[in-house]
Write a protein that binds this ligand. Structure first.
Ligand SMILES: [Fe+2]
Length: 187
């Protein structure tokens, strides 16, 4: 067995010291661990912090060669909504402390349904450069904007309680009423 290979030195990065960038899909993002940061030469993965202002929706997109894990840290009581699937036909509602794995190639768009709270989420990608491999899906853009308008127009989001009244919402744990092509692990 040979010596372990060392490709770099451990490096500490504070989110206060990194300049936020606007991702191609329209989300402000602070790259924390990424080969695009000076002096960092990651080889397999990257991480960053996503900030979504209230009512914001990302543009429909996919990462053709990158798996993504999104861990919501802060949100309104309704959580974060991710539309996903070939026609964005599936909805995943995610709350702080829950991790969502988005396999490479799956079209998706995130929505902050809250009228009062921003979403802060950690994003981990199987790519050394956080801002790479984002393919916009213009043909799905109308679906995102309709869904976002539907949430706002039907006032399903209570300012006080943040509840969501959509018929397709998953339960708190989601087991049993999640579309069959979405796996979910609850406690
Ligand atoms: Fe994404």
């Amino acid at each position: 067995m040979g010596e372990p290979m060392m490709n770099g030195v451990p490096m500490l990065v504070s989110m206060d010291r990194v300049q936020p960038l606007m991702s191609r899909q329209g989300q402000p993002m602070v790259p924390l661990v990424s080969a695009e940061i000076l002096g960092m030469a990651t080889t397999l993965l990257s991480a960053g912090v996503v900030h979504m202002r209230r009512g914001h929706a990302a543009r429909a997109h996919c990462h053709l060669e990158t798996d993504v894990i999104v861990l919501v840290w802060k949100s309104g009581t309704a959580g974060a909504l991710t539309l996903c699937g070939d026609r964005l036909e599936n909805e995943i509602w995610q709350r702080p402390g829950e991790a969502l794995w988005i396999p490479r190639g799956v079209p998706h768009a995130a929505v902050n349904p809250s009228r009062v709270k921003r979403i802060v989420a950690w994003e981990f990608r199987s790519s050394p450069v956080l801002s790479a491999d984002n393919q916009l899906l213009e043909e799905l853009e109308q679906i995102v904007s309709d869904r976002r308008a539907g949430l706002a127009g039907r006032r399903v989001l209570s300012r006080r309680f943040g509840s969501c009244g959509t018929g397709r919402r998953t339960s708190r744990r989601g087991v049993g009423i999640v579309p069959s092509n979405i796996g979910r692990i609850g406690l």
